[in-house]
Design a binder for this molecule. Structure first.
Ligand SMILES: [Zn+2]
Length: 239
């Protein structure tokens, strides 16, 4: 199980970057990658889910801009671009499937990884997961959205069963990524024991640095957090 590192906006220190793969949401500026670093791009749907309905952009217009951003990234990064995430709707499996179909007609040239969503009131519902996995069929990469900041302990066996179901419907070699997971070092460590779970993305490394935690001997409370965050990232990447 691999950990992917959501990037933060703004300047990066010149120090070596220990993050093997970063995750960048639309509509950020596409960052320059460090040597041998790779990137995953996300639609930005998660942060949009916090906007009031009236302030959300028109869906077709957003998808067209997103498709252009993905095309620009493909030209800029080449093989360093691992995958891009389909424009989903956080917490709404039905709307997510509808937008998946809309995406196929708006951007047929861009293969995006589909997202399996759960209803917030039924965060452990395998039936909902199975329905979407079956609808997506064979895929190279599939995202499972982590509802309501669940921990690995709360998922329990359900996550193993969910990954088995996704493999059954989306293919035995499909890469399964759990979006938005790993809220502490212990939580990240528990996901490493889930068979068939390929990767998660965790913001714990920079949240800890922002809170003033220092996991290394070299940084002090006065070290700017963007510099200090590279050290927890290194700790997580090396485990
Ligand atoms: Zn340090």
């Amino acid at each position: 199980m691999e950990v992917i590192f959501p990037d933060w906006p703004g300047l990066h220190p010149d120090a070596p970057d220990p993050r093997p793969t970063i995750l960048v949401p639309f509509p950020r500026d596409l960052p320059a990658l460090a040597q041998d670093q790779r990137v995953v791009l996300d639609s930005g749907a998660f942060s949009m889910s916090f906007l009031p309905q009236a302030d959300r952009p028109d869906v077709a217009g957003w998808m067209m801009q997103l498709a252009d951003w993905y095309r620009m990234a493909r030209a800029m990064y080449g093989d360093a671009l691992r995958w891009v995430v389909a424009p989903d709707v956080f917490g709404d499996p039905r709307a997510t499937l509808a937008q998946w179909q809309q995406w196929q007609s708006i951007a047929p040239d861009i293969t995006a990884a589909p997202v399996i969503q759960l209803w917030p009131k039924k965060p452990l519902d395998l039936f909902t997961i199975q329905g979407q996995a079956r609808a997506y069929g064979a895929q190279r990469v599939v995202m499972l959205s982590n509802p309501a900041r669940m921990t690995a302990a709360r998922w329990g066996r359900t996550l193993e069963d969910a990954c088995d179901l996704i493999r059954r419907h989306c293919g035995p070699t499909c890469h399964i990524h759990l979006l938005g997971a790993g809220w502490s070092l212990t939580d990240i460590a528990l996901y490493r024991h889930i068979p068939n779970l390929s990767s998660i993305d965790s913001i714990t490394y920079y949240l800890a640095a922002q809170r003033g935690e220092r996991w290394c001997r070299c940084c002090t409370p006065d070290t700017p957090w963007p510099d200090a965050a590279m050290h927890p990232a290194q700790v997580i990447a090396q485990r």
